[in-house]
Design a protein around this ligand. Structure first.
Ligand SMILES: Nc1nc2c(ncn2[C@@H]2O[C@H](COP(=O)(O)OP(=O)(O)OP(=O)(O)O)[C@@H](O)[C@H]2O)c(=O)[nH]1
Ligand SMILES: Nc1nc2c(ncn2[C@@H]2O[C@H](COP(=O)(O)OP(=O)(O)OP(=O)(O)O)[C@@H](O)[C@H]2O)c(=O)[nH]1
Ligand SMILES: [Mg+2]
Ligand SMILES: [Mg+2]
Lengths: 285, 292
């Protein structure tokens, strides 16, 4: 792709284009390009060797940011271990809740799903179909006269039910919400508080679900959700597409939160632990 | 109405009186960051900067009075030119039913937009049929049926079928039989690189020959917007764009980028989760959103 004749100068524009195209953002790309120029100031700066040196600098800079955040989701002694999924609309929370439930069920855990998205059309039904597919009980409440049930009430019920049934893991799905909607962010905080009342320390994992196609707004999303409820882990979905999810680098740098896993498809098994080297390889590939 | 960030470099430039080459470069550097942070595609940003630079340099030669404001006016003009015309209202076919097909990546807002469009058309006195043509996503049919019920709009759906093509054909036939004026087809989200699923889209298109194929794009989409739009356009002849979730703080640079690189017209924008939240596209508002 970035062709290089034997003694041609390294095509810095092409390197920069690759990085910008991956949604790394100007704030991340400009300093990396400065480092590349600095290392190319020393030999070798041309041809194949120069190109390799440039890409090595890029790889190292990216790993520097991402490697410290590589930290797979592990359940602790807390029982049930409560995982709450949160994020903006359409990012893949419900599907990821099902994937996590599938993973833990296969590991021999008893898993309960909580259908705390009581707002969106057929959100509860969507999780119920998943629950039936993967063999996990789904806790839900019927809609009230005014609309959906209270999401905090469903969350509370889910934790209580999980405790009563001796569940090992609870995956609590919440409604998508734009981080700029303060009333919805308050609702999310309330769900967290209520879950903590049902089980002190819960939710043990507050998982931000990010769509890999997101551009620079992903950083704002991470900031706001982190400020609101304290994000303990990030999942990036839809990495089976062409988007590279490069905004993750800025997020890792700024928030220093664990990046747990990546979503690579629409089936229950399409969830892989985040590996910084593989992520960087795919980004630069 | 320029925002504070842009105003602050106007002020910086103004204080200098005339504009030097260095000052022009600094302004362009700031503009580059603004555009890329707004998710404008890097090629679109680069060519916009080139055009602004060549016009700004000429300005410097001609006159330096209010050059800073002139540069910003140039930027505004270039953005407006790229944004193109305002919303073109939907024209119904003289041979009903008019078939509108919604396509796009997973989670972009197609099903919700289908509901919003049905509500709008019904308000305009049109008879509408919604076709739930997503055979894969759990409870996708239920989702559209729930929206249809709330609007008292018919939905053709069959949660047990895998055959999206047959369902779409049945929807158009039903519309013809009942003199329904518009059929809105909600398709499953898919990756543009998924050959079998793009094949399904082409098969639906060939079977029902939609009058409109609208690509539904998430307002927060980044640099892959242009490649994605081109791929969908190449597969099924997209006739319009809908950008959703613009009620958030995403700048929506993907919209400018797709417009600049494909020329596709923008139909509506989604500004909320409720079915009322569908608005006509205003190019000047999107332009100032990007510069904000
Ligand atoms: N290709 C791909 N699609 C995914 C992935 N994760 C989720 N999806 C799809 O993205 C779409 C949205 O997923 P949901 O799980 O409904 O997203 P959500 O965040 O729960 O959405 P809301 O509840 O409406 O905010 C669905 O079509 C999923 O199948 C992934 O890793 N890869
Ligand atoms: N805030 C906001 N949310 C929106 C808008 N349009 C859609 N949504 C939400 O985005 C999420 C995804 O919407 P869907 O209509 O299910 O998206 P889709 O494209 O049909 O998803 P798939 O069928 O899985 O590909 C839902 O939570 C919607 O309520 C919008 O304009 N603003
Ligand atoms: Mg959901
Ligand atoms: Mg849908």
């Amino acid at each position: 792709l970035i062709g290089r004749a034997p003694e041609a100068p390294v095509d810095l524009a092409a390197v920069e284009a690759l990085l910008l195209g991956a949604d790394l953002g100007v704030g991340v790309v400009d300093p990396i390009m400065a480092r590349v120029r600095a290392t190319l100031g020393e030999a070798p700066a041309r041809g194949e060797a120069g190109y390799r040196r440039a890409m090595e600098t890029v790889r190292a800079a990216l790993l520097e940011r991402l490697a410290p955040c590589q930290s797979p989701l592990e359940i602790t002694a807390a029982k049930p271990y409560v995982i709450m999924l949160l994020g903006v609309n359409g990012s893949g929370k419900t599907t990821t809740a099902a994937k996590l439930a599938e993973r833990f069920r296969r590991a021999g855990c008893r898993v309960v799903l909580g259908a705390a998205d009581t707002f969106r059309a057929a959100a509860v039904e969507q999780l119920q179909v998943w629950g039936a597919r993967i063999g996990a009980e789904v806790i839900a409440q019927p809609p009230s006269r005014q609309g959906g049930a209270d999401p905090a009430a469903v969350a509370f019920d889910t934790v209580q039910a999980g405790v009563a049934r001796g569940a090992d893991v609870i995956c609590l799905d919440t409604a998508g919400r734009l981080h700029t909607k303060s009333n919805l962010m308050e609702e999310l905080k309330k769900i967290v508080r209520v879950v903590g009342k049902a089980l002190p320390g819960a939710p043990h994992e507050r998982l931000l679900v990010l769509d890999a196609t997101v551009g620079q707004n992903g950083l704002a999303q991470a900031r706001y959700f982190h400020e609101a409820v304290g994000v303990t882990g990030v999942v990036v979905t839809k990495l089976d597409g062409t988007a590279k999810g490069g905004i993750l680098v800025a997020i890792a740098h700024e928030l220093n939160v664990p990046i747990r896993c990546i979503g690579v498809g629409e089936s229950a098994e399409d969830l892989v632990d985040f590996n910084a080297e593989q992520f960087v390889e795919a980004l630069l590939g | 109405q320029l925002t504070t960030r842009v105003q602050s470099w106007v002020d910086r430039l103004r204080r200098g009186g005339t504009l030097s080459a260095e000052e022009i470069d600094a302004a362009l550097g700031q503009l580059r960051t603004t555009l890329l942070d707004a998710d404008v595609h890097q090629e679109v940003a680069a060519s916009l900067l080139e055009r602004v630079k060549s016009r700004a340099v000429q300005l410097r030669v001609q006159e330096s009075l209010n050059a800073a404001d002139r540069i910003l006016a140039l930027v505004g003009q270039e953005l407006a030119a790229l944004m193109g015309d305002k919303h073109r209202p939907l024209r119904l076919s003289s041979e009903p039913p008019t078939v509108i097909m919604l396509v796009g990546l997973q989670g972009s807002g197609k099903t919700t937009t289908a509901g919003k469009l049905a509500r709008l058309l019904k308000q305009q006195g049109r008879r509408v049929l919604l076709a739930a043509a997503d055979p894969r996503r759990p409870a996708a049919t239920e989702q559209l049926q729930t929206l249809g019920r709330s609007l008292l709009v018919d939905v053709l759906g069959d949660a047990s079928t895998q055959d999206a093509v047959a369902l779409c054909r049945a929807a158009v036939e039903r519309a013809r039989a009942r003199a329904t004026e518009v059929v809105i087809i909600d398709t499953a989200g898919r990756l543009q690189i998924d050959a079998p699923l793009m094949g399904e889209l082409k098969a639906i298109h060939a079977a029902v020959k939609p009058h409109e194929v609208w690509l539904v794009v998430d307002g927060m989409m980044g640099q892959e917007a242009v490649a994605t739009a081109r791929a969908f356009a190449g597969a099924v002849g997209v006739t319009g764009l809908v950008m959703t979730k613009l009620d958030g703080d995403a700048k929506g640079g993907a919209l400018l980028s797709i417009r600049a690189m494909t020329g596709l017209p923008v139909t509506y924008i989604g500004t909320g989760e409720k079915l009322e939240a569908l608005e006509p596209f205003h190019p000047d508002r999107m332009a100032s959103r990007i510069l904000g």
